[in-house]
Design a protein around this ligand. Structure first.
Ligand SMILES: [Zn+2]
Length: 195
């Protein structure tokens, strides 16, 4: 059992609050904000991405797990670190180009996953627009990770147009249902005329 003691050695609400806020700050990086327009599993994934705790090949090799290759499964060109996979990789760069032109936002230039998780903060417009862009960025990272797993574990070919199509359809279903935007039409979503 963990006892929380103040300076006087006595249990206090203040000391509990202090402990909680310091442990929260330690575990939730400020680049990550929970978004309830995407499922819980995607938020947990985004949180691990922000903390650089995803089991990429480089991360596994650092944990002394024997890897046949640490190359990126999407491009096969560089080592698969988190920043490479989501930001520097040729495949993800093309995906970000497609996403930014679909959303009619400035081009997404990311060097790290943190840059990606902050894209929505620089969007002009109402809070709902920022939240929608954040939901789409999280869905895009999720789809890139899914393609990476499908390639490693099932040998699936990397198909950029399929990744982009999946980002659009998955985020449509999630946002429409979770944001309770039941009148949202697929055609409006595809041209991003939403708010
Ligand atoms: Zn790559």
């Amino acid at each position: 059992m963990v006892m929380v003691l103040g300076l006087s050695g006595a249990f206090s609400v203040k000391s509990v609050k202090k402990l909680l806020s310091s442990s929260l700050q330690q575990h939730i990086p400020n680049s990550f904000v929970w978004n309830n327009w995407v499922p819980r599993k995607v938020n947990i994934f985004g949180w691990r991405l922000a903390l650089d705790r995803l089991p990429t090949r480089v991360a596994l090799a650092h944990r002394n797990i024997n890897m046949a290759s640490i190359r990126c499964p999407l491009c096969g060109d560089k080592d698969e670190s988190t920043s490479h996979l989501f930001a520097e990789c040729f495949v993800s760069s093309v995906v970000w180009e497609m996403v930014s032109s679909w959303l009619k936002i400035p081009p997404i230039y990311a060097f790290t996953s943190e840059d990606l998780l902050r894209v929505h903060q620089n969007i002009t417009g109402p809070a709902a627009m920022k939240k929608m862009v954040q939901a789409i960025i999280l869905t895009s990272c999720w789809s890139l990770w899914k393609q990476r797993n499908d390639t490693i574990f099932y040998g699936n070919r990397v198909d950029i147009s399929r990744i982009f199509a999946e980002i659009k359809s998955t985020s449509f279903l999630w946002v429409k249902n979770r944001a309770k935007m039941y009148s949202l039409e697929w055609s409006d979503w595809c041209s991003f005329n939403v708010l």
